[in-house]
Design a protein around this ligand. Structure first.
Ligand SMILES: Cc1cc2nc3c(=O)[nH]c(=O)nc-3n(C[C@H](O)[C@H](O)[C@H](O)COP(=O)(O)OP(=O)(O)OC[C@H]3O[C@@H](n4cnc5c(N)ncnc54)[C@H](O)[C@@H]3O)c2cc1C
Length: 449
């Protein structure tokens, strides 16, 4: 068994930069990747989805311009859109390969799995190292709906390879992936049905968020079937028939499954090496990302935390610091994320519900977009800004922004929360007119009353 300094399994958003940083110090680093280099974000997630949405939202905005007195005929060239998506994805993935090789680290294009003594094998190699980092991410979870297996259903793995716009798309799952792609397809001209067993879309967020996003997508022509389970699937002559429990049957020429994620741990042989998994199969780590096997760490989606690129990337920075003796921890950071529907969702810190659950004496202030001058001038009426504070201390605990480019604006709150700011600080700031950001101090001002 060959001994190296570090082994990284999976080229996710944390593993790749970590390989680069360790190799840059002169360490001998070996990286295993079983699929496309760059992981979910570059190949199946953020990069292709946001490149796709750029086209879809351009079409949506062009149509919406009619309300401003500008009439545009929208002519969608779907094959061209998907060519651009694949070209962008491929260039990022090729760049990722180059970065690993230039680091210089050794890239083994094979599935890595643990040997009983904590070594790693794959691609005909068997290696050991004092440092092993698992960054194997997640894959789409496909529910056991009778008849679904064996049909040509789509997930984020193969969606980017389609070349024709489905005339009717059935989207199973009303979380952020189903909503983003559902709205995107609708804006490009597909008739979209979103089906979810929950009573509302985006059910992990507050009902206000669900309601606005629901209305926005309905304006794009999306139909919702909520509070219903998929009963069975049939596929013949290019048509999917999706029977819903309760009686209705929907038909479409594409079925996109976006019903959650499962950890990529089955192939790791982790338990054999004494690496504990939780009951859902995610890897258990301590505060410093170390697994139950000394010297084996795990970062990114595979540890069952909020599954985002920036989380995995920040894991790398923290783990790198920890390995160099810094006092860093896994969880002492503010979580934020965005959903790239139109309007966007920008989230930072705690929602009101989360803050109350955590025992804060929490209070919210909320303002609707339709009452903001920028929105009135620009013809946007859907959305709201909500911030949550701790009544006892005045500290800002969280924010939920739904509106135009809210994913950008919410960074104001991420930074305020990181800095331990109170609502009084935001209230006293002078923001620029006429922007959406101008209304952030106005929302804070509501706590005065
Ligand atoms: C459609 C979609 C849209 C998304 N949009 C966003 C977004 O807008 N913003 C955002 O922050 N996040 C987004 N995400 C989530 C984001 O892609 C992930 O959170 C991010 O990629 C971090 O993942 P990771 O670093 O944990 O691992 P991944 O990126 O999942 O990479 C893991 C890698 O490990 C490899 N692997 C697995 N097992 C093995 C093994 N045994 N041996 C060798 N290699 C192995 C896999 O092939 C993969 O390449 C999106 C995801 C999807 C699916």
């Amino acid at each position: 068994m060959k001994e190296v300094d570090a082994i990284i399994i999976g080229t996710g958003q944390g593993g790749m930069p970590l390989a680069g940083a360790l190799a840059g110090e002169g360490q001998e680093v070996v990286v295993f990747e079983r699929s496309r280099v760059g992981g979910s974000c570059l190949n199946y997630g953020c990069t292709p989805s946001k490149t796709f949405l750029a086209a879809a939202h351009a079409a949506g905005r062009a149509r919406a311009a009619a309300d401003l007195g500008v009439r545009v005929t929208v002519d969608v060239d779907f094959p061209a859109i998907m060519r651009r998506v694949r070209k962008t994805r491929d260039s990022w993935s090729e760049g990722a390969i180059k970065r690993i090789i230039d680091a210089p680290a050794t890239l083994i294009m094979a599935e890595g799995s643990f040997t009983a003594d904590g070594g790693v094998q794959g691609g005909g190699e068997e290696l050991s190292a004092p440092l092993v980092v698992i960054n194997t991410g997640t894959s789409p979870f496909v529910p056991p709906v009778p008849g679904l297996g064996g049909t040509p259903y789509l997930t984020d793995r193969n969606f980017w390879d389609i070349t024709e716009l489905p005339s009717t798309t059935l989207v199973l799952g009303g979380g952020y992936i189903g909503l983003e792609l559902g709205q995107g397809l609708a804006r490009l001209g597909s008739k979209v049905h979103i089906i979810d067993m929950q009573e509302r879309v985006m059910s992990i967020e507050s009902p206000d968020v669900s309601q606005v996003i629901h209305e926005a997508l309905e304006r794009d022509g999306v139909s919702f079937h909520l509070g219903v389970k998929a009963g069975s699937v049939e596929h013949s002559n290019g048509t999917f028939k999706l029977a819903l429990e309760g009686g209705d049957t929907l038909q479409g020429d594409a079925l996109f499954v976006a019903t959650g994620r499962k950890p990529n741990t089955a192939a790791l042989n982790a338990e054999e090496a004494g690496i504990e998994l939780d009951r859902r199969g995610f890897i258990e780590v301590d505060d410093e990302f170390e697994t139950s096997h000394t010297g084996v760490y795990a970062i990114g989606d595979v540890i069952g935390q909020p599954a985002f690129t920036h989380v995995s990337w920040e894991d790398y920075r923290r783990l790198y610091g920890i390995l160099h003796g810094e006092d860093r921890k896994k969880d002492d950071r503010v979580l934020g994320y965005a959903m790239y529907t139109e309007p966007q969702l920008g989230r930072a810190g705690l929602s009101l519900e989360q803050a109350l659950e955590q025992g804060f004496d929490a209070q919210e202030a909320r303002m609707d977009i339709k009452d903001m001058s920028r929105a009135i001038e620009w013809g946007q009426d859907l959305g709201f800004f909500q911030m949550v504070i701790d009544k006892d201390t005045g500290l800002i605990l969280g924010a939920t922004l739904v509106g135009y480019e809210a994913g950008e604006l919410v960074h104001v709150f991420l930074d305020l929360i990181e800095a331990g700011a109170t609502w009084e600080l935001l209230e006293s700031a002078q923001h620029i007119n006429p922007t959406y950001a101008e209304y952030l101090p106005s929302v804070a001002r509501m706590f005065k009353d």
